[in-house]
Design a protein around this ligand. Structure first.
Ligand code: ASP
Length: 435
């Protein structure tokens, strides 16, 4: 028998999200933000931590088994090469969409001078700390990001979710080594990681039962922490930066529907309906947590169970994507960089815009899959084209909202590429008949 709609996970999460939004707005208008942060926000934090708690062991276990189950090195390099190439290509498409929109719509031309000054002073301090972090990153040598990928101590790497790229490196390396030793020697470790993997997937299922409540609390807290007890302030901010937000959102929507939609339609046997149905809970969790790392466990579960991607492919492609593939972030960075330049009256020529594409593709690899990471990397992009990085003060006020939206695109991109790679490898299992 078909399930009634209210029992379906994505409807429950949507309900939590909408109620959280409404509660947040009412709380901001009524001055309940202290109550919200004391009594509501912790439930969201618990949900977020539960997801983050399993992110490192999940990446480790799934990538090691994923790589080691690829039967031989030839298959590994074929799937690996294909995955990285598609990830990069989609990021470039996202950046081009962002650049075309921001150049045609020119959101920076409509920010009044007095608002610009106000934004600059209000967010000067936050901008300063973002710039310091980015300056430390930019001071380093050209090969340092490569050095950063290689952990000196695997336990230290595993102790911080920001070091996910190091975990990815270790896991792929370990998986390759397991492929190269005799099968009977590799068996015990593979069985161990396999069982760890299954345990984690079960944990995801259990955590997702709490998703509606977690999403409610995260949304309510986000709204009250942006607006404080003064809703008028957020409206004023949206008035000034609304057009910029619309350009970013339009870009994200176009990329998510057109680029990913056509990849699904043309390169896989899945229909758009199946795609939407499978990914809605993933997108909602991404939206409310603003973190593709925290969403990864949910992405893996849905892509395997609802899109039929084999574990072999999903456990390799998805953890890699969550760490290195961020189309939404790249698109936002391209729009933001040009917007800031437009606002301060700077003209960015074609070569500057190509530099943005190049730096943003690299930056998206290094961007951590956590909230707010994109704007730090934006500083590096601004520096590369000579736009003053203090300009991030202009957009900081609306960054959290855009972060939520770009994270949705980031996770949708990972899931799409996983399905495309699986289809091209004949690794897409049949779906059970739809309820
Ligand atoms: N929050 C984004 C993510 O986790 C990264 C960013 O753009 O800040 O995917």
């Amino acid at each position: 028998m078909a399930q009634p709609w209210y029992k379906k996970l994505h409807w429950q999460i949507i309900t939590g999200l909408v109620l959280g939004l409404v509660f947040g707005i009412v709380a901001a208008a009524q001055g309940w933000s202290a109550f919200t942060s004391a009594w509501i926000a912790p439930w969201g934090q618990i949900f977020l931590r539960l997801l983050l708690l399993i992110a490192v062991p999940l990446v480790l276990a799934s990538l090691i088994t994923g790589v080691a189950s690829l039967s031989d090195m030839k298959k590994l390099s074929r799937i690996g090469g294909k995955t990285i190439a598609i990830y990069m290509a989609t990021t470039v498409v996202a950046l081009i969409i962002g650049l075309v929109l921001v150049n045609v719509m020119k959101p920076g031309a409509s920010v009044p001078q007095d608002m610009r000054e106000k934004l600059e002073t209000t967010f000067a301090e936050q901008a300063e700390s973002g710039m310091e972090t980015a300056a430390r990153a930019a001071e380093r040598g050209p090969l340092d990001p490569l050095v950063d990928m290689v952990p000196g101590n695997v336990f230290l790497a595993a102790s911080n979710n920001r070091n996910m790229l190091q975990i990815v490196f270790f896991a792929i390396f370990a998986g390759i080594a397991l492929l190269m030793i005799p099968k009977e020697k590799a068996r015990p470790l593979l069985d161990f990681f396999d069982s760890l993997n299954d345990m984690i997937i079960k944990m995801v299922e259990i955590i997702m039962l709490a998703a509606p409540v977690g999403v409610f609390a995260l949304m309510a807290d986000t709204i009250t922490s942006i607006a404080g007890d003064d809703l008028a302030q957020i409206l004023e901010l949206l008035g000034a930066l609304g057009f910029y937000c619309i350009v970013v959102l339009l870009g994200l929507i176009l990329h998510t529907t057109l680029t990913y939609g056509s990849m699904m339609l043309l390169l896989t046997p899945r229909s758009i309906k199946e795609f939407v149905r499978a990914l809605t809970p993933v997108q909602l969790v991404a939206f409310s947590t603003s973190s593709s790392g925290a969403t990864l466990p949910v992405t893996m579960e849905r892509v395997e169970k609802e899109l039929g991607v084999s574990e072999e492919v999903s456990s390799f492609v998805l953890p890699l994507g969550a760490t290195i593939n961020m189309d939404g972030t790249g698109l936002y960075q391209a729009v933001a960089a040009v917007f800031i330049a437009q606002t301060i009256g700077m003209d960015l020529d074609l070569s500057a815009q190509l530099t943005i594409v190049f730096t943003a593709v690299l930056a998206s690899i290094g961007t951590a899959a956590v909230p707010g990471a994109g704007i730090i990397m934006l500083v590096i992009i601004l520096e590369s084209v000579g736009v003053p990085s203090a300009g991030i003060a202009l957009i900081l006020g609306v960054d959290r909202i855009l972060d939520m939206c770009r994270t949705v695109t980031n996770v949708t991109g990972d899931a799409t590429v996983a399905t495309v790679v699986a289809a091209s490898e004949g690794e897409l299992e049949d779906l059970p008949a739809m309820a």
